[in-house]
Design a protein around this ligand. Structure first.
Ligand code: ZN
Ligand code: ZN
Length: 383
């Protein structure tokens, strides 16, 4: 298999459209419960979700009757073009010097103003409370847009799925390379480049390539260590397509590895399969974590599984819902979550296996498909 036989599956503009039209009206349905008349949205991913605007600076004001995107002169054309192309019913207001006036105008007559508590800095909150809106009630809100973002629509799923496929194909192409003693950094860079060549905008986070003892650290950064015979290699990576992330981990065994390493691979792979089998609508996210943890605990490695089982994936690489022992989320159809248990032993390295799955009415459907065979020889994937 070569790059030339592996052209990008399809361009983002050939993918099904996303349903921007209903997002702000679904958001407004949460206003009563949140005790607000309007919401000031400042988180960039939430702004993108509501308006499709991708600029780095902007504020969205949502009231019962309007959706206003306020940004500065750098984004004049881009903001109008993106909002129009997505079919979003929003006013676009541009000013580099009078944003305060525009925000005040958008909030005229609103008594209770919601701020995104997880994204507003202390200084911004003070500016709003003491300077801009001293006579209004400022209400901290939590996860109003993030909750909407959990249910991915057809267009969003198509983007995540394409990102996942690009990552699958990149790993397929590069698996044999592990036998040529690359450094972790070299392998990581080649994986990133291959994903871009296959159509990714960029990697969805800094690719993790952790070999031998480095694998025992779940979030190791790639080093100049040479990958050699006997290593387990944890490869955790993903692609971004049109703003949407994929996330996958495979652990490969280079040459002959120790019996303990083999056992780690078996245990983590079966824990991960059990976790995926437990994903369905109505299940508590923490129960998916418990299912994975039970398999690893039975193998005697409870303490070596030192992180939560997974997380939501979408516009952000880590988003709602969390899938861990302290999560209070219940899975719903349209949630896209990872299942990624791991075992980390300083003397043997690490094993983590991760798939991204979408919750369906029947259970879940994996979006990442790379083989879990740990041998670094490319094999055809089932279609
Ligand atoms: Zn990952
Ligand atoms: Zn992950």
């Amino acid at each position: 298999m070569t790059l030339s036989t592996h052209s990008p599956v399809s361009a983002p503009d050939a993918l099904p459209p996303m349903e921007f039209g209903s997002r702000s009206s679904r958001l407004r349905e949460s206003f009563d419960h949140a005790g607000i008349d309007a919401l000031v949205v400042t988180n960039p991913s939430n702004i993108r979700y509501l308006t499709s605007f991708t600029g780095s600076a902007g504020v969205v004001v949502v009231t019962a009757g309007s959706l206003v995107l306020i940004t500065d002169g750098r984004y004049r054309d881009q903001a109008v073009d993106q909002v129009r192309a997505a079919g979003v019913d929003a006013e676009v207001e541009i000013s580099s010097t009078a944003q305060r006036k525009l925000i005040e105008a958008a909030l005229a007559g609103m008594g209770r103003i919601g701020l995104e508590a997880d994204h507003v800095s202390w200084s911004t909150q003070r500016r709003y409370a003491e300077d801009w809106f001293p006579d209004r009630e400022l209400v901290p809100t939590t996860a109003l847009v993030e909750t909407l973002r959990r249910r991915k629509d057809v267009g969003e799923l198509a983007r995540i799925e394409l990102a996942a496929r690009i990552a699958d194909d990149a790993l397929d192409l590069l698996r044999p390379r592990l036998l040529e003693q690359p450094t972790e950094l070299e392998f990581g860079r080649e994986l990133d480049l291959t994903m871009r060549t296959l159509g990714a905008t960029r990697p969805s986070f800094e690719t993790i390539v952790a070999s031998g003892p480095n694998g025992a650290r779940p979030h190791a950064r790639p080093s100049s260590r040479v990958i050699t015979e006997g290593d387990l290699v944890v490869i955790d990576f993903g692609a971004v397509v049109d703003g949407y992330c994929s996330d996958m981990t495979r652990t490969l065994a280079v040459g002959e590895v120790s019996d303990t390493a083999r056992r780690m691979l078996e245990v983590v792979t079966s824990a991960q399969a059990a976790g995926v089998a437990a994903v369905r609508p109505g299940v508590a996210a923490r129960d998916v974590d418990a299912v994975c943890r039970e398999v690893i605990t039975e193998a005697g490695w409870a303490d070596a599984f030192s992180h939560g089982t997974g997380h939501g994936v979408g516009l952000d690489i880590h988003e709602a819902p969390g899938v861990g022992s302290s999560s209070d989320a219940t899975l719903v159809v349209g949630d896209v979550v990872t299942v990624e248990p791991g075992v980390y032993l300083p003397e043997h390295g690490g094993v983590r296996v991760e798939d991204t799955v979408v919750v369906t009415t029947e259970g879940c459907r994996p979006l990442t498909h790379s083989t879990k065979d740990p041998t670094p020889i490319a094999r055809p994937r089932p279609a």
